[in-house]
Design a protein around this ligand. Structure first.
Ligand code: VGL
Ligand code: ZN
Length: 233
């Protein structure tokens, strides 16, 4: 049978529906947690590392959170002289990369410095039942995009143990930025044996040099499920 572009589109559509039907069966029950990643002033318009439309996801996240008994929030929480800041590397500009002992590190504008207004959670975030706020990236010499594991790949934040001890099996991730902290958190959730879902429309990406598409490919390969908020039961 010949299959033109139209056929491919239909097949893709069917696949999309199958994924949707499966996802719709997945509810945010007691064994699930919503992880709200880095919805902080620095990452929304007006902030030092602003993610385009980063503020627009806040009402949706508030609404989604009402459907979860278990909610964890994260805060990027750097020292003022953090190694991920371009300002700490002579001659380097934000969005360039350097090699560090643990691997490649993209350099960023100064952001989310411990105790500053920029590091505070966005004030319109309205999730009073959130149970844990996990801070990450507080070691001067190591970044931590993931809420589970620092960028050295061996220093745990403790979140995996916390979730396991509470009987959590399924992790839903929303927030900022899709291609960095959301992606790394979701992939590490898989590595630690959790089911992982990223709710795409409740995230926004930085998309530096194709990083958004790359991150979705990496997440797919890691077994992370890409869903939309409307796919939730
Ligand atoms: C993030 C870059 C640097 C994030 C944090 O939250 O995605 N991105 N620090
Ligand atoms: Zn950071």
């Amino acid at each position: 049978m010949m299959m033109g572009l139209g056929g491919v589109a239909v097949a893709a559509g069917l696949l999309g529906k199958a994924g949707l039907a499966q996802a719709a069966k997945v509810s945010a029950g007691g064994k699930s947690v919503l992880i709200v990643v880095d919805v902080q002033n620095c990452f929304v318009p007006g902030g030092s590392l602003a993610v385009k439309e980063g503020d627009q996801i806040v009402p949706l996240i508030n609404k989604l959170a009402k459907g979860f008994q278990n909610v964890v929030m994260t805060q990027d929480w750097h020292t003022a002289d953090h190694v991920s800041f371009a300002s700490q590397h002579a001659g380097k500009k934000p969005f360039e990369a350097v090699k560090l002992p643990y691997g490649n590190q993209v350099l960023w504008p100064d952001h989310c410095v411990q105790g500053t207004e920029g590091a505070a959670l966005v004030k319109d975030l309205d999730i009073p039942h959130a149970q844990l706020v996990i801070r990450k990236g507080y070691h001067r010499n190591v970044d931590s995009y993931s809420a589970f594991m620092e960028a050295d790949g061996k220093t745990a934040t403790g979140l995996g143990g916390y979730l396991r001890q509470r009987g959590i099996k399924r992790v839903f991730v929303v927030g900022l930025a899709t291609d960095f902290c959301v992606a790394w958190t979701a992939m590490d959730a898989r590595k630690q044996g959790f089911e992982a879902y990223v709710i795409e429309d409740a995230c926004r990406g930085i998309d530096a040099q194709g990083s958004l598409a790359k991150s979705w490919a990496a997440m797919k390969a890691a077994g992370v499920r890409r869903i939309q908020s409307g796919d939730l039961a």
